[in-house]
Each structure stands twice: as structure tokens, then as C-alpha cells.
Write a protein that binds this ligand. Structure first.
Ligand SMILES: [Zn+2]
Length: 310
């Protein structure tokens, strides 16, 4: 009895892995420890079911006004006032495990970055998420795909107007590690241009689909001046185990909560439904929400390519 069952399971795995590869394995609760999360990321990437794509799959981040909010005013509000054009001085830096740590003692380490991938898809779901974020004065990163954004550029504007950061998640949501260099540059560059043309500024952070890419894709992203990241806390909201289960999304995130957590979620209905309660519980645990605007972004690093960073 076991054999047939195993064979069946194996067959199913093969079938589902077509588009998504190692979903379950990789996805395995992204290690909170994170260290491996990122690079391991390649594997970690939540393989998204083909349809998942539609349903959403990766996550975004948020920023919370708290830690930042406090530090920022102190540092800048004073003399400079609130010049809107002047970006705040960075207070956090991403480490090798894709977690965020304070650059100096001025900021608390007990923060998390909220990120939502694979949008923009649905205005109602997006607004539900934006409202929950507002209720907690949290700012997030929405890692978007070009093929979606080009159909609904007004949703990019909405995210931007509500004070969140738009990140680059490639144009087609493909495994970039398997692509030629020029194709990778095109996948990243087209999103940079679309977002800049739409909201007036290009993304500063890049998360490869499925967390796949390693140093190869990272090097190209850095040509564009992008901070390459994966995540350190996977909500598993892309996994079938959490489909239509907001409570499972909440539990998965809380189970992996750690200082500087880079939380991967997606623009999905059950995640939107979970968000209000999830944010409250994160706060109850003593964490604030990291404002992505306070993350240190590296200078563009020219390479042999055409360096079309802009
Ligand atoms: Zn994705």
C-alpha cells in the first residue's frame, strides 16, 4: 500500500513542480534563523502554483512608523523640518541573512519589515491591506511584477500615495537564474522604468521570484542600484496549507518572529483578511514596523553590462 501511495505522491510532485519547482520543500518554513533563508532562498522560494500566480504568491513589507517614526523626527524634523524631497537618513541595514539591523544605537532592533509580493492584482484586496497598514501606522514594501503593473498602473499610484514602497519583483515572475544575462537585465530594467514613469521614482529594492538568483542575479540587480533581498520569515501564505486560512498565516508569521524579520507575504485574500489581527499581534509581541524608507540602499555598482540603471 505504501508503494503505490508513494509513487502517486511522487508523480504529483513532478506534476506540480513544473512551474514552481520546489514549492513545498523550499518553502519549508523559511527558517526564522534566516541566515540561510536568503541564499537558500533559491530553494526557499515559494514555488507558486501556476494559478497561485493569480492568487498571489509572494509578499510585501511594511514599515511602521514607530521605531523609525521616533528616530526620524529627532534626527531630521528638527532643523530641517519635513522637507518632503529630502529622504530620511538610513537607520537600518540589511545583513547577510536578509534581516534588518540598526545602523547605530539610535534605533531599536525590535522591528519587522512587512513585504507583499506578486501584485498589483486586485484593488479591493489591496485596499483592505492598505487600510490595515494604516490602522497600525505601518509602511510596507510591495514587490510588484511588471506584467501585472502595466495593466493597472493606477494601483502602483495608490500604493505610492498611501506611503508605501514599491519594490521590483521582475517583469514576468520567472526563475531568473535560468535566464541569460541580457534577459535578466531586461526583466529588472523594464520594471524599473515602468515604476519610475508611473510614480516618479524607480524601485530601490529587488526580490527575485522564488528567491532564486544568487550572486548572478544579485550582481545585475546591483547595477541598477537595487538592494537585493529575499526574506527571513515566510508566512507560507502562498502554500496550499494556508489557502483561505488567515489564522494559519498569522500563526506562521508569529512562530518565526525575530528582530529585524523580513516577512514575506503576498497580495492574497486570506492574507488581507489576516493582516489587521496579525499586525496587532506583532505589536503585542513588542515589535514595531520598519519603515522601508529608513533602509540603507547601496550605490549602483557598475558592471560590464550596459549599466542602464535608470
Ligand atoms: Zn513572487
Amino acid at each position: 500500500m505504501r508503494r503505490p501511495a508513494l509513487a502517486l505522491a511522487a508523480a504529483m510532485l513532478l506534476m506540480t513542480s513544473c512551474g514552481q519547482g520546489t514549492a513545498d520543500k523550499d518553502v519549508a518554513p523559511v527558517q526564522p534563523d534566516g541566515a540561510g533563508a536568503a541564499d537558500a532562498g533559491a530553494a526557499i522560494e515559494p514555488a507558486q502554483p501556476a494559478e497561485a500566480e493569480d492568487d498571489g504568491t509572494e509578499a510585501g513589507a511594511g514599515e511602521s512608523g514607530e521605531p523609525a517614526g521616533q528616530a526620524e523626527p529627532d534626527e531630521q524634523a528638527e532643523g530641517v523640518g519635513k522637507a518632503e524631497d529630502v529622504p530620511p537618513a538610513p537607520l537600518y541595514r540589511m545583513n547577510g541573512a536578509y534581516r534588518f539591523v540598526p545602523i547605530d544605537d539610535a534605533a531599536t532592533g525590535k522591528v519587522v519589515l512587512l513585504t507583499f509580493d506578486d501584485g498589483p492584482k486586485d484593488q479591493a484586496i489591496l485596499e483592505q491591506m492598505l487600510d490595515a497598514l494604516d490602522n497600525h501606522q505601518a509602511k510596507a514594501v510591495f514587490f510588484v511584477n511588471g506584467y501585472r503593473a502595466v495593466k493597472q498602473p493606477e494601483l502602483l499610484e495608490l500604493i505610492h500615495e498611501r506611503g508605501h514602497m514599491i519594490g521590483n519583483h521582475s517583469w514576468d515572475h520567472i526563475d531568473l537564474k535560468k535566464e541569460e544575462e541580457d534577459a535578466v537585465r531586461d526583466q529588472i530594467g523594464r520594471v524599473q522604468r515602468l515604476v519610475e514613469e508611473t510614480i516618479g521614482e524607480a524601485p530601490k529594492m529587488f526580490r527575485p521570484p522564488f528567491g532564486s538568483g544568487g550572486d548572478y542575479v544579485r550582481g545585475i540587480a546591483e547595477e541598477f542600484g537595487l538592494l537585493f533581498t529575499t526574506w527571513s520569515n515566510g508566512s507560507l501564505d502562498w502554500d496550499s496549507s494556508t489557502k483561505n486560512k488567515p489564522d494559519a498565516v498569522i500563526r506562521n508569521v508569529l512562530d518565526q518572529l525575530h528582530p529585524g524579520a523580513n516577512i514575506l507575504m503576498h497580495e492574497l485574500p486570506w492574507t488581507a483578511e489576516a493582516l489587521e489581527e496579525l499586525l496587532g499581534k506583532i505589536e503585542e509581541a513588542g515589535y514595531g514596523f520598519l519603515d522601508p524608507a529608513l533602509i540603507e540602499i547601496p550605490e549602483p555598482r557598475p558592471s560590464d553590462g550596459d549599466g542602464s540603471g535608470a
